[in-house]
Design a protein around this ligand. Structure first.
Ligand SMILES: Cc1cc2nc3c(=O)[nH]c(=O)nc-3n(C[C@H](O)[C@H](O)[C@H](O)COP(=O)(O)OP(=O)(O)OC[C@H]3O[C@@H](n4cnc5c(N)ncnc54)[C@H](O)[C@@H]3O)c2cc1C
Length: 588
């Protein structure tokens, strides 16, 4: 089956003037499905995914299109060839015309959210049933989702998906307000364009990574086509490119941020700008912002550096995320300031020198929008238990963003080294709290089996595990269970006498190596303690010394938040018993 007509976007040139891209209705095939004269086309063939949709390309050579086939809501050509439009500015007309395409981006954002929900429902259900390796018991293996690393892989993705979901709901509201005509203003259209570009870029990238992570989290079963994840991943691949390539879209977002910035600071002198970049501007400096209030961070917390004392505080997370976006925008604006007076090629080169930072800034802004949408969504939740769990989830989302950009926060002095170090541990604690709610959190997506179409999400693994466990229970009860094979018994031998003696000499060497390693570890621990003391204020050090007199050299005597992960690891190693996960890995 072939289409007989197409809507073709092409340049409209009349009476020697190019009025830019317009949409034309063009007949392309006759009733028998053959191309009309001057029209040609080819199929795109087999693609990397999304093969349920047919794609191809058309080309036109001297094809005549009647004047009346111009889709002329925004531009009309009269019989004498004269052009008229209700929108005088060519730039605004172009953006209004392609603005209708925003619905493609809105839909892709929604599709990416849904893909994440499906993939996570599959992986969390499977991870709650599948057992691997005897870490804590001889008779029962561990459930995958009880492994900390499995929680690290899936639960932050779940948090991100909730953030994407709340942001998508707000995007739909904005879309409805504009396209229903209720709030169809220029500014709202621009906001909608920017929001759709920002969210589409982040959500489609997230979907690619999330589906892949879920695929791997389901092991070999995740690779089977009947379990959906591989084909979902293939179909989603192109989402990062079509309806606007993500990298290009983020540059549009950044452009809007920079023009908001320019509007904001039109009246402000360079000295004020420089102070702002250094993060010392006061609320009085700004008065308005296109997408959100620039001064919010400072109003909420008084001072960014002080606000991080409690990272789990909503206002502290907001302050940190907002401050990063503002500082990045301010820096780029400052870098690009000379471009207004430069020749075009030099201005383009200057922009190019900042392109990576520009895209990173747009991304940070989009992440902030997602965090804000999640937080607004939380405020609507009435059930206290649900709100508590969703608050942990929102915190995981916010703190992971800060953790991902920890180098920035440390190098700009927004977080202390000590606070930065505690982040990782705090996130792990939140994930452990969320673990028992993981199944409920994916159940809330309300995806039925016909949506998931994945055998491993049907409970089949739980039944298989139960069957196997029952089999071994019966064997143990009947006394037929096989016993474990014992290792060979070692005979005592003298060093240097025969093969047994050589082995013992090797063992002695190994003993000495172990001792040297232990000594080095102890030295490193002492050095680290010394470095930490240098970081602390002298008064604090004195207070600590007094409090811990007699046991100051023992890391275990310090408060848990003062003990570095290296200390804890060294203690575990020193105790001689491998952690359960490490033991499981050895078995694997
Ligand atoms: C299956 C499929 C269906 C499609 N359907 C439609 C459709 O229905 N309608 C339609 O109009 N189009 C459609 N497209 C086209 C699609 O929108 C384009 O492929 C997309 O916009 C990217 O353009 P491009 O392929 O020319 O890539 P390019 O623009 O050549 O980009 C290639 C790479 O260069 C990077 N890049 C490009 N410009 C810059 C820059 N300024 N700075 C930094 N990096 C840059 C991009 O990030 C990308 O990674 C479809 C494409 C596919 C594959």
């Amino acid at each position: 089956m072939h289409g007989r007509a197409a809507v073709v976007f092409a340049q409209l040139v009349t009476l020697g003037v190019n009025h830019g891209v317009h949409a034309f209705y063009v007949d392309i095939r006759d009733e028998d499905g053959r191309f009309l004269p001057g029209v040609g086309g080819e199929d795109d063939g087999h693609k990397g995914g999304l093969n349920g949709i047919d794609n191809g390309r058309l080309h036109f050579t001297r094809v005549r299109v009647p004047r009346t086939h111009l889709l002329d809501k925004y531009g009309h050509v009269a019989a004498d060839g004269s052009y008229s439009s209700p929108i005088a500015s060519p730039g605004r007309r172009f953006f209004t015309m392609i603005g209708t395409l925003v619905q493609g981006r809105v839909s892709l954002d929604g599709a990416a959210v849904l893909a994440n929900k499906a993939a996570l429902t599959i992986a969390v259900r499977y991870g709650s049933e599948r057992r691997q390796f005897n870490a804590s018991s001889d008779v029962q293996e561990e459930v995958l989702l009880d492994y900390q690393q499995h929680q690290r892989r899936l639960l932050p993705r779940l948090a991100e998906t909730y953030a994407m979901n709340f942001a998508h709901q707000e995007l739909l509201d904005k879309y409805d307000a504009v396209f229903s005509g209720r709030e169809d203003t220029d500014e709202n259209r621009q906001d909608l364009e920017t929001l759709a570009a920002a969210l589409k870029a982040l959500s489609t990238w997230s979907a690619l990574e999330t589906v892949q992570e879920c695929r791997e989290a389901c092991g070999g079963a995740g690779f089977l086509t009947k379990n959906r994840l591989t084909s979902l991943r293939h179909d989603l691949d192109i989402y990062a490119t079509f309806e606007g390539d993500n990298t290009v879209l983020l540059q549009l977002v950044a452009k809007r941020l920079l023009s908001d910035w320019a509007d904001e600071f039109k009246q402000v002198d360079v000295g004020v700008m420089a102070r702002y970049v250094a993060g010392r501007a006061t609320e009085a400096t700004f008065h308005r912002s296109g997408l959100r209030k620039l001064g919010q961070a400072f109003r909420d917390t008084g001072d960014v550096r002080r606000s991080v004392n409690a990272l789990r505080e909503e206002s502290a997370q907001h302050a940190l995320l907002t401050d990063r976006v503002e500082t990045m925008v301010a820096e780029i604006a400052e870098n690009l300031r000379p471009s207004a007076k430069l020749p075009r090629a030099e201005a383009a080169a200057l922009f190019n020198e900042n392109q990576h930072r520009i895209i990173a800034t747009a991304r940070a802004h989009a992440e902030l929008l997602q965090w804000e949408a999640f937080t607004r969504g939380l405020a609507q939740v009435e059930d206290p238990g649900t709100r508590t769990v969703l608050t942990w989830l929102r915190d995981v989302f916010g703190l992971r963003l800060i953790e991902k950009n920890l180098a920035w926060y440390l190098s700009y002095g927004r977080l202390s080294m000590r606070r930065g170090r505690s982040l990782d541990e705090y996130i792990d604690r939140l994930l452990a709290r969320l673990r028992p709610h993981a199944l409920d959190l994916v159940a809330a997506f309300e995806l039925a089996p016909e949506h998931l179409r994945a055998e491993i999400a049907t409970g089949i693994e739980a039944r298989r595990q139960e069957e196997a466990a029952e089999h071994y229970r019966r064997m143990r009860a009947s006394g037929d269970a096989p016993v474990k094979e014992r290792g060979p018994r070692r005979e005592p031998a003298t060093a240097g006498t025969g093969p047994e003696g050589e082995r013992t000499a090797e063992e002695a060497k190994e003993e000495r190596r172990k001792e040297r390693r232990a000594e080095k570890q102890a030295e490193r621990r002492t050095e680290r303690k010394h470095e930490r003391r240098l970081e602390l204020k002298p008064r604090k050090v004195a207070a600590k010394r007094a409090a811990a007199a007699g046991s100051a050299e023992d890391p275990a005597a310090r408060a848990p938040e003062d003990r570095s992960p290296a200390d804890a690891a060294a203690e575990t190693a020193g105790a001689g018993s491998p952690a359960p996960a490490a033991e499981a890995a050895q078995q694997g």
